[in-house]
Design a protein around this ligand. Structure first.
Ligand code: NMX
Ligand code: MLT
Length: 435
C-alpha cells in the first residue's frame, strides 16, 4: 500500500465519525431555505452539498483544504529549478489535507508512472474520430472507453462491503488521473501536430514535465502545465463539472462514467469552454482592428456591441465569485513575469480596464470581474498552443484531480444517491398564493 493510501485511510476513519455524528445527532437542523427564484434559477447559492476538499469564498476565491492558491503554489514541493509545484503533490493535498514531503511526492510520482500505461484500444478510439471533431468529445469518449478497466465494478459484482467502496474507487481514480495527460497530449498531436507522432512519456519526468514533453513543448511549458492543472483542479462542489461528476458517481457508476460526464459538463460555453470563447472573441476584435492594438474607445465599443447583440462577455462574471478570480491573478502574474510584451496579454489587460465598468453600467451581471478563463488562453497561445478548441481539454485534466478526489471521499463517507425533489409550475403558483 502506498503512503498516500495509508494516510488517506487514516483520515477516512477519523472523518467517518464526524459525518455519522452530524447525521445521527443533528440531522434535522435547518441550514438553508429555498426561494422560488433559486428553484427556477439554477439553484444558485443553496447550501446542499458537502465537501472538505475545497471551499469557494465569494470575495477571497478558492481555498484547497484551507490553503489559498498562492499558499498552495508556495508550499507544495517543486521539481528542481521549477517555479511551479508538482501536480502529484496537489493530489496528495486534496486527498489528505496535508502538504506532502518530497519523499511522499517522489513515491506518488513512481506510483503514477506505474499506472499510466494506456491500453491500445484507447488510441484506436481516438484515431477513429474525424479530425474536425471537437477535442472535448474525443476526450470524453476516450475516458469512457476505459470503463472496462474499472476495479470497482469487478469488486461490486463479486459483492463488496460499503465500507470498502473507497478502496477500489481510489485505485480507479488514480489509474485514470495518471493516464489523463497522455490521452490529452495524444489528442493534441493527432489533431494539430501529426508530425509529432505518438510521444511516449519520459520515465524521468514528473506529470507536468511529461505533459510538456509529450506536447512537444520546451520549458517553461512544464511550469505552465503544472500551474494550469493545479489552479483548475477544484472549485468546490456546485460547479457544473464537479457537480456532474458527483451526481453520476452517486448512483455508484464508476469513475470512468463519472469523469466522462464531468468532461461533458465542462464542455459548455458558460463553463470551461469559456476559455476558448475568450480567444475566439479576442480574435474577432483583433481581426476588426487589422492587428493593431485597439484604443480604449474601440475596445469599449467592441464590448458594448457584444452585449447589445445579447451575448455574454466570455471570461467575465461568476455564479459565486464577487471579485477578480485569484486564478486569473495567478496567471496574470505569470504573464507579467514571463510574457509581459505579448500582444494578446496586452489585449486581455486592456479589457480588464474596460469590461468591469461596462458590465456594472449594463447592470445585469452580479459579478463584473474576470474569471479564470479570461486569462488562461493567453498563456497557452504564447507557448504555441494556438488551437483554442483544445483549451478545455487542459481544464479537464486539471479538474479531474478535484472531481476524482471528491468521488473517493463521497464513497468513503457513504454519501447518498443524489435525488432532489422537483415541483410543478402549478405547485409553485399555489405555494405563492397566485392560484
Ligand atoms: N457578460 C454579459 N452578461 C453577463 C455576464 C457576462 N460575462 N455574466 C452574467 N451576465 C448576465 C447573465 O447572462 C444574466 O443575464 P439575464 O438576466 O439576461 O439572464 C445576468 O447577467 C445575471 O447573471 P449572474 O447572476 O450574474 O450570473 P450567473 O450566475 O447566472 O452566471 C456565468 C454565471 C459564469 C454563467 C455568467 O457570468 C457568464 O455567462 N459569464 C460568461 C461566460 C464565462 O466566462 N463562463 C466561465 C465561468 C467560469 N468557468 O470556468 O466555468
Ligand atoms: C469552475 O472552476 O468550476 C468555474 O469557475 C465555475 C464555478 O465555480 O461555478
Amino acid at each position: 500500500m502506498s503512503t498516500l493510501k495509508d494516510k488517506l485511510y487514516e483520515k477516512i476513519q477519523e472523518h467517518r465519525l464526524r459525518t455519522t455524528k452530524l447525521v445521527k445527532e443533528y440531522g434535522d437542523k435547518v441550514i438553508d431555505q429555498v426561494t422560488v427564484s433559486q428553484a427556477i434559477g439554477g439553484m444558485r447559492g443553496i447550501k446542499s452539498l458537502v465537501t472538505d476538499i475545497s471551499y469557494l469564498d465569494p470575495f477571497e476565491g478558492i481555498r484547497y483544504r484551507g490553503f489559498t492558491l498562492p499558499e498552495v503554489l508556495e508550499k507544495l514541493p517543486k521539481p528542481e529549478g521549477a517555479d511551479m509545484p508538482y501536480v502529484e503533490g496537489l493530489y496528495f493535498l486534496l486527498l489528505t489535507g496535508e502538504i506532502p514531503t518530497e519523499i511522499e511526492v517522489e513515491e506518488l510520482k513512481v506510483d503514477f508512472k506505474n499506472r499510466r500505461i494506456v491500453p491500445h484500444y484507447v488510441w484506436d478510439v481516438i484515431d477513429a474520430f474525424p479530425s474536425n471533431s471537437h477535442p472535448m468529445a474525443i476526450l470524453s469518449a476516450a475516458v469512457m472507453s476505459l470503463e472496462r478497466e474499472s476495479h470497482f465494478n469487478v469488486k461490486y459484482r463479486k459483492g463488496m462491503s460499503k465500507m470498502d467502496y473507497w478502496d477500489s474507487t481510489y485505485e480507479d481514480a488514480t489509474n485514470l488521473i495518471a493516464k489523463m495527460p497522455l490521452i490529452g497530449a495524444y489528442i493534441y498531436n493527432k489533431l494539430y501536430h501529426p508530425e509529432n507522432g505518438h510521444r511516449y512519456p519520459d520515465p524521468n519526468l514528473d506529470l507536468g514535465g511529461n505533459f510538456a514533453y509529450m506536447m512537444g513543448k520546451d520549458k517553461p511549458y512544464d511550469d505552465v502545465s503544472r500551474m494550469y492543472f493545479i489552479i483548475h483542479a477544484d472549485h468546490e462542489s456546485g460547479n457544473v463539472s464537479a457537480h456532474t461528476g458527483h451526481l453520476v458517481a452517486s448512483s455508484l457508476s464508476d469513475v470512468y462514467y463519472a469523469t466522462s460526464a464531468m468532461i461533458n459538463g465542462l464542455a459548455g460555453p458558460l463553463h470551461g469552454l469559456a476559455n476558448q470563447e475568450v480567444l475566439r472573441w479576442l480574435q474577432g476584435l483583433k481581426d476588426q482592428m487589422g492587428g493593431k492594438i485597439p484604443s480604449e474607445e474601440e475596445m469599449k465599443k467592441y464590448v458594448w456591441d457584444t452585449l447589445n447583440k445579447g451575448q455574454v462577455i466570455p471570461g467575465y462574471g461568476h455564479a459565486v465569485l464577487r471579485k477578480t478570480d485569484p486564478r486569473y491573478t495567478v496567471q496574470r502574474e505569470f504573464c507579467l513575469k514571463n510574457l509581459p510584451d505579448d500582444d494578446l496579454f496586452k489585449y486581455v489587460d486592456a479589457l480588464y480596464k474596460v469590461v468591469p465598468d461596462i458590465l456594472r453600467e449594463q447592470g445585469k451581471a452580479k459579478n463584473p470581474w474576470p474569471n479564470v478563463d479570461a486569462q488562461s488562453g493567453v498563456v497557452q497561445w504564447h507557448y504555441g498552443v494556438t488551437q483554442y478548441d483544445f483549451y478545455t481539454v487542459l481544464f479537464s485534466i486539471g479538474r479531474s484531480f478535484g472531481v476524482l478526489s471528491n468521488i473517493i471521499w463521497d464513497r468513503a463517507l457513504g454519501y447518498a444517491l443524489e435525488r432532489p425533489k422537483s415541483v410543478t409550475t402549478d405547485m409553485l403558483e399555489e405555494m405563492v398564493g397566485i392560484k
